[in-house]
Design a protein around this ligand. Sequence first.
Ligand code: NAD
Ligand code: TYD
Length: 336
Amino acid sequence: MRLLVTGGAGFIGSAFVRLALREDWAARLVNLDKLTYAGNLENLTSIEKDSRYRFVQGDICDADAVGRLLEEEAPDAIVHFAAESHVDRSILGPAAFVETNVRGTFTLLEAARARGIGRFLHVSTDEVYGSIEEPLDADETWPLQASSPYSATKAGSDLLALSYFTTFKLPVIVTRASNNYGPFQFPEKLIPLMIANAMEDKPLPIYGDGMQVRDWLYVDDHCRAIQSALSKGAPGEIYNVGGSMALPNIEVVRRILDALGKPASLMTRVKDRPGHDRRYAITTAKLERATNWRALVDFGEGLRRTIDWYAAERSWVKSVRSGDYQNYYQRNYAGR
Ligand code: NAD
Ligand code: TYD
């Protein structure tokens, strides 16, 4: 299979690229990435010399560049990760989310339609369902009730992608995954931020009461689910991808502090996030039935691997936390 991956220099995209080459999911893999603050070629040094691999720096909103690339590479499938992905940044500045997540997805869909691409896998999120009341879990038919500009733009791009199946018969598949964690995650999201702060004995900012629930999915399990949906899923279908590991934030942070041998006094309650979803919870039965995929890495094992990686890669952490990161941190946390 010849694959075009978008956003392959980010957290999940780079894990997918590394696994796809290591496990021979692709005979050719082209990675189109704009290299925003979240894109980092250091995430790909282990495969950058692979003869099957090509990196192209470019914007998914640039129709000419996308069209040229499809012409040159003639991929069989597109796996679309590229997005603005962080809720707090979408609250500070939603414009880039509308641009990349909605217009960028539209641009790719148009190019895919023009070339008659054989599969378009749109990587989405369980956040499109909004907050789910206990004890319910959302399946793929659950109504979309996005709360943040991030999740609203993802919901918009999901619907757009699905409309290209319904209207134009473009073979679109949508996956909606829960919260990912693992190595190479930018330290703005809960788990890497708390690990990085704890390692430096800095305060760990807990939004509100810390009892918000997220379902945690190890990043490689997510990548394998995407590969399963791509190869065995049916066009026009949506597949939830969950880790079956729902935990309140405070519990996740406690486990990180315990693993690092740091005191609970580092936890600091701060002002809650506006529009904060209380609980995400999904069923993954549809993907399991259709493809035999299962999440393999349990949370204890995944968290240990993740903490070990951040402890070993302090120079990676230092480099991504320099420069613009400090401005972001200041803007997001100083007023709390
Ligand atoms: P990330 O922020 O780590 O990486 C995003 C990548 O996209 C970066 O490499 C960035 O340079 C690139 N990018 C951004 N705008 C671009 C543009 N206009 N053109 C080309 N490239 C661009 O994100 P992530 O956490 O790896 O998430 C990847 C995808 O998975 C996103 O679509 C996200 O919505 C989805 N998702 C993420 C999670 C999660 O927990 N992180 C969970 C479910 C779904
Ligand atoms: P995050 O990693 O941003 O993912 P999402 O908002 O997409 O689920 O946040 C996960 C949870 O952790 C969410 O309930 C918000 C909370 N959180 C904090 O309490 N403090 C923080 O500094 C961050 C970044 C998140």
